[in-house]
Design a protein around this ligand. Structure first.
Ligand SMILES: [Cu+2]
Length: 141
């Protein structure tokens, strides 16, 4: 008989089948339309406008974010997006592609590949004009 442990997997193992109970995880975000993150430099306001699937899932996700500078939608911004798993100090092998939408200041980001169960911190960095960044944190299982 084989005992399967839901918790306590070895710290060295990047186990995609690990079970994580996100209901016991604190300090992560809960998606609501317009989920607001002021940039760390105080220059850009980040608003998460939609996510698909909802809630955030393990695997590929598509998000739409709105960027505001002094309350005005930022068009033509250059944005990089980096998913990172702090517990294991690794990212994702897939680089998300950022595409401007038809709505002023809004950008679609896909795929945000959260390939392991657990907490992922996804950093959105604006590199053009008004540089700033914000982090969205979600648990997936
Ligand atoms: Cu991991």
């Amino acid at each position: 008989m084989i005992a399967l442990s839901a918790c306590g997997s070895s710290s060295g193992g990047a186990d995609a089948e690990e079970v994580v109970d996100c209901s016991t995880v604190t300090g992560t975000d809960t998606f609501t339309v317009g989920l607001d993150k002021p940039g760390v430099n105080g220059a850009v306001d980040f608003k998460l406008m939609s996510i698909a699937p909802a809630p955030v899932v393990r695997g590929n996700n598509t998000w739409v974010v709105e960027l505001l500078a002094s309350g005005a939608p930022m068009d033509g911004a250059s944005i990089t997006v980096s998913p990172f798993m702090p517990a294991h100090q690794h990212g994702s092998p897939i680089t998300p592609v950022v595409t401007a939408t038809a709505t002023a200041g809004q950008y679609s980001i896909s795929p945000i590949n959260l390939w392991m169960p657990g907490v992922w911190q996804t950093t959105l960095t604006v590199t053009s004009g008004t540089a700033d960044r914000a982090v969205y944190s979600f648990c997936v299982n």
